[in-house]
Design a protein around this ligand. Structure first.
Ligand code: CA
Length: 445
């Protein structure tokens, strides 16, 4: 699944508001320089597609399918975040400035504070519809739960989160979307196998080319499978002999459960619990690499919210602390199932969102977390990324230097805050960024 994650993660990395926007408008095609440039890129793209043949053939794609789907395929210039070649090809026309400007992101994406991800209205609406779907599909969901050990509520929550229960259209032709991403997207190496897998889907007649519609990141069907997810995890659950994630709800939901189970979902465990931390708790203890048994966390003063007890039989289970907004928001103890949800979509807030909506569906858990999302500053991703680079130079482990504040970055922030005598938050702030940058520039002199 690792190959599939990036696409969903990419979706999360941009602000949610951006997803609501129409596709980027295709720029000035009537400009002769732009037209010449685009023709040259398309020509290079056509040649590049042909170079995929050995991979496709090795995967069992016939020449007829290869040609029928890739010959004459056009780039989708309206996808966001393309990396335009300059020049168009060796010795070819340079990237026209007008096109570069038209295609540039309108503003630097911000690293969105978790609070924006958890709107009461959205959570309530998904949980209410989810309860209705869970009732309507009870026998199917019970059979899925029995076979894969994944709770119906989790599967329904993913369905709701990914496509609003199938209401969100997938507007793009998957083949040209994935080919464009593989040719001039930000992660070409990760999309190349997706293109071969998409050809295989058509080759094996799981879907027609016309049915292969996707998001701008190439994800398809009710629960947004990438083509390689289909290959590995799709199942026929309604018994018609076809694995149909495009039209069959039972197939889609069972395929999702199968992907979670195949990647380690443990049916005997929850995804996690909201918890309360004692005053002055050390937020650098967060993250999977600092896991310990639930009983050990209790000895450190951590308790479930609303006076609920941890299940007695789970006290020996390994769990880790998740503080998506550092000490400025709710706290969670997560199980290994949380990490499995992150394989579906590599984001802490995604996993919490799905787990929380599932709890709302299954147990009527309240929409509000007990911990309050306190106001946090919104810093541009490039600023966080530079900050991460400085932390790395100072010897911190921040995980991936990507402008996002994951576990390791949040813990490193806590260590830096302690060293600088700042209030402990484990969350990026302008004050800390300034202090660390100042410290680093002083060290250089
Ligand atoms: Ca089927």
């Amino acid at each position: 699944m690792a190959r599939a994650n990036f696409a969903r993660a990419a979706v999360l990395a941009v602000s949610l508001a951006m997803l609501a926007l129409a596709p980027f408008s295709a720029p000035a095609a009537d400009d002769p320089d732009v037209a010449a440039y685009r023709r040259a890129v398309e020509q290079r793209f056509a040649g590049w597609l042909q170079e995929l043949w050995p991979d496709a053939e090795a995967a069992g794609v016939s020449r007829a399918t290869f040609d029928a789907n890739l010959k004459g395929l056009k780039l989708n210039w309206s996808l966001p975040h393309l990396v335009l070649p300059d020049p168009a090809s060796p010795g070819g026309p340079a990237l026209p400035r007008s096109l570069a400007q038209a295609m540039a992101p309108k503003h630097q994406p911000e690293f969105d504070a978790p609070v924006y991800y958890f709107k009461d209205g959205t959570l309530n609406a998904l949980a209410a519809t989810g309860r209705g779907k869970a009732a309507e599909l009870r026998p199917t969901l019970a059979a899925i739960q029995k076979q894969y050990g994944v709770p119906a509520s989790i599967v329904v929550a993913i369905w709701g989160r990914e496509t609003g229960f199938g209401k969100i259209d997938a507007p793009y032709d998957a083949m040209s979307t994935i080919a464009t991403q593989a040719f001039m997207g930000r992660r070409p190496d990760e999309f190349r196998p997706q293109l071969v897998a998409a050809l295989k889907i058509v080759e094996e007649k799981h879907a027609t080319r016309a049915q292969l519609k996707s998001s701008w990141a190439g994800a398809m069907g009710y629960t947004q499978f990438m083509p390689t997810d289909f290959e590995k995890y799709a199942v026929d659950f309604d018994g018609d002999g076809k694995r149909d994630i495009w039209n069959s709800i039972p197939d889609s939901l069972a395929s999702t459960a199968n992907s979670l189970k195949s990647q380690g979902w443990d049916g005997a465990k929850s995804w996690g619990y909201e918890v309360q931390l004692p005053q002055g708790f050390d937020c650098t203890l967060q993250g999977p690499d600092k896991a310990r048994p639930i009983g050990e966390w209790m000895k450190l003063g951590i308790a479930r919210v609303r006076g609920q007890a941890f299940p007695e039989s789970k006290l020996g289970d390994s769990s880790f602390l998740v503080l998506p907004a550092g000490l400025k928001g709710p706290a969670f103890l997560a199980t290994d199932n949380f990490s499995v949800l992150k394989l579906y979509n590599n984001s802490d807030v995604y996993a919490i969102f799905v787990g929380h909506v599932a709890d709302m569906i299954a147990t009527n858990a309240p929409v509000k977390f007990v911990g309050a999302w306190q106001p946090v500053e919104r810093l541009p991703r490039d600023r966080i990324q530079r900050f991460q680079e400085v932390l790395v130079a100072q010897g911190h482990d921040v995980g991936k230097v990507d402008g996002l504040a994951g576990f390791k970055t949040r813990a490193a922030i806590g260590v830096a805050e302690k060293r600088l005598g700042l209030p402990l938050t484990c969350y990026p702030s302008q004050r800390l960024v300034d202090a660390v940058m100042k410290e680093a520039s002083a060290a250089r002199q």
